[in-house]
Ligand binder design. Structure first.
Ligand code: SF4
Length: 401
């Protein structure tokens, strides 16, 4: 059995402006709204891209109704969406803040959610402040919890430190133990740096022995104020492939009990026969990101807090005076949209992995290639190509007996 990647076409990557006419009916549906409750983070991880993580800005309660009015009344609203509290450490603001916010959201739902869209909450946290009170809060509001944890202490504490330079692993594990005592399911995001690559067994065993079985890998990326990634060094790509190969072997031994997000998503596309022609990161208003001042952006959430030479910042409007629809006619949105769409088309016509990738994220393309209107990046070679090659090869071995 041969499991084929898609064949790119040879069409030229030169497109006219008419190709990018603003067609609001094709934007959305909103699947994810990332809201920044605070820009502050109580850690100072050395690979973090957020420039304002030392500032104790907090979302004003007066912005909650305008934010949710903008969402519920948008033509981009679909049947359901997730609100993810993130982009700073979300638990650095107290539970009382969220209780007040959630009350206002319920009121906004009563007033504006006439289409009865279903709303779920999630939180992406470093976990160090989790205690019983937070667990009660997560359970009360049925909040999905994602924890940032880079494997065993000797790897995690190399990068995820306090401002005083102290490791955070023990505190994060205390938070995880609290979630487990309360039987709260959670997933983990594990950032892979060059330091991780010699330790697939140690990382896997650490997660497995600690009852952590739902893991996603984020690659250390060059972006925002983090100007270079250890994964860009010479020879690292081969070590990365060996790491993923070994992690696949270890994962396969658990008969599905241990899940790696990257393996799951590629396998599900292969088994279903579905192919992607975009991702939420490059489809306008599939994702909306809103900062603590009510400024909003779309595409990749990591764009909201950064500034670039080519595009300036990526703030498209503010919920107090703009709608998601109105900013689509602005020059800034149109430049970003045109370049992102050009990049996706270039991917479609040049890359045989397009059907399992969907054209990648603009932020990787900008930080590596200097423009959204481009295709391959090191990030996509790691995140898509290397993983797809290994998964396809392993599945072919299984199917060919
Ligand atoms: S982002 Fe990379 S892997 Fe994805 S389609 Fe473009 S070139 Fe291919």
């Amino acid at each position: 059995m041969t499991i084929a990647k898609s064949t790119p076409t040879s069409e030229s990557a030169i497109f006219s402006n008419e190709d990018f006419a603003i067609a609001l009916s094709q934007f959305g549906p909103i699947s994810l709204v990332v809201i920044q409750p605070t820009s502050f983070c109580n850690l100072n991880c050395d690979y973090c891209y957020l420039p304002d993580r030392h500032l104790k800005n907090r979302l004003s309660l007066n912005l909650v109704e305008p934010i949710f009015k903008a969402i519920f009344t948008s033509r981009f609203l679909g049947d359901y969406f997730t609100v993810c509290w993130h982009a700073g450490e979300p638990l650095a603001v107290p539970i009382s803040f969220y209780e007040a916010v959630f009350e206002q959201i319920e009121e906004a739902e009563r007033q504006f959610n006439t289409r009865q869209a279903c709303l779920m909450h999630s939180i992406q946290t470093n976990g160090i402040l989790i205690d019983s009170a937070w667990c009660d809060f997560f359970q009360k509001h049925d909040i999905h919890v994602g924890i940032s944890l880079d494997g065993p202490a000797f790897l995690h504490d190399t990068h995820r430190r306090t401002r005083k330079g102290l490791g955070s692993h023990a505190s994060t594990m205390r938070g995880i133990a609290c979630l487990q005592e309360h039987k709260i399911p959670f997933s983990v995001i594990c950032v892979i740096t060059a330091d991780s690559l010699d330790y697939p067994d140690e990382i896997f065993n650490f997660f497995w022995e600690n009852g952590i079985t739902d893991v996603g890998f984020n690659m250390e990326e060059t972006e925002g104020v983090h100007q270079s990634s250890s994964l860009e060094r010479a020879g690292v790509e081969e070590r990365y492939r060996a790491f993923i190969e070994r992690f696949w072997e270890l994962t396969a031994q658990t008969d599905g009990a241990f899940k790696v997000r990257e393996f799951e998503s590629i396998c599900s596309l292969i088994y279903s026969g579905d192919r992607l022609d975009k991702t939420d990161m490059n489809a306008p208003f599939a994702i909306v990101s809103i900062d603590h001042q009510g400024n909003f952006s779309t595409f990749d959430p990591e764009l909201l807090s950064v500034k670039t030479d080519r595009y300036g910042d990526f703030i498209l409007g503010n919920v107090l005076k703009d709608t998601f629809e109105s900013v689509c006619y602005g020059e800034k949105f149109q430049q970003i949209y045109r370049d992102i769409a050009t990049g996706v088309r270039e991917c479609r016509h040049t890359c045989q992995y397009f059907g399992i990738c969907g054209g990648g994220a603009g932020s990787n393309k900008y930080w590596e290639n200097g423009t959204f209107a481009s295709s391959e990046t090191k990030a996509c070679r790691y995140r898509i190509k290397a993983i797809a090659d290994i998964v396809l090869e392993e599945l072919e071995n299984v199917f060919s007996g």
